[in-house]
Design a protein around this ligand. Sequence first.
Ligand SMILES: [Mg+2]
Length: 296
Amino acid sequence: MDSERSARARVVLEGLSVGDAFGELSAYASDRVRHRVEMGIVGGPWWWTDDTAMALGIMECLEREGCIREEMLAGIFARNFKRDPDRGYGNMAARILQRIGEGQSWEVASKAAFNGGSMGNGAAMRVAPLGAWFADDLDRVASEAMKSARVTHWHPEGIAGAIAVAVAAACAWRTRELGAVEAREVIAKEVLQRTPEGDTRDGIAVAVGLEPLLSPEVVGRRLGNGSLVTSPDTVPFVIWSALRSLDDFQEAIIATVEAGGDCDTNAAMVGGIIAARLGMSAIPAEWLEAREGLPL
Ligand SMILES: [Mg+2]
């Protein structure tokens, strides 16, 4: 059973990390990303960032324990940060992971961030593989996502963003046999139902009502494009963008990057969700090849 869970979570990790690396590479010219892809892609390696590093940590915990053990996950995150700190971690994340690495309890470190916990988008950026892992049980997706989040993001908004993205990835896998229109409805409904109340959820409620035909830049301006690096400023746009391009991995990533903002993180989340639905074959082979390898 766990080997099936692991296999589908790894596919999602691949989608996440390709989105992460592509988004990072394209962030400096996000408004021209479509043109650059059409002109022929730049060569690799596309370096992945903290989004992938932390998703790898979640995978390691799941593969060792079959669930999230917060103490263990905190230790894995801190160890990976110490080994390889230059992956673009945010300042607060770096501080939390350093404290955990020095022996402080994750709970103390996580609660102390911003005096009450971080509402950053960092818990959501790494969680899509967990959604795939527990995809046959949505209650479990939400509870495990919550545990994975609060190791570094104690604030309810930080946790809500992680639950939303995990549920979206789980539902993307669950509805993979349905057409996009039907799948979109199911994903939107479950994400709204299972995301705790607050600004992130309010933003998602607006996002799922917005036309897929709108331009990503317009929607990014309206919902937030992650430039504040908080969950409410990031996750609603991500849900809109994933729902917009459910059947096309490459289009989903390009459109997500076009909105600017936190390009690597936005594209990591969208890439994870879309890979859950479409599988490995939907990720362009040359993109996979260009991305720096994963230490799996
Ligand atoms: Mg990053």
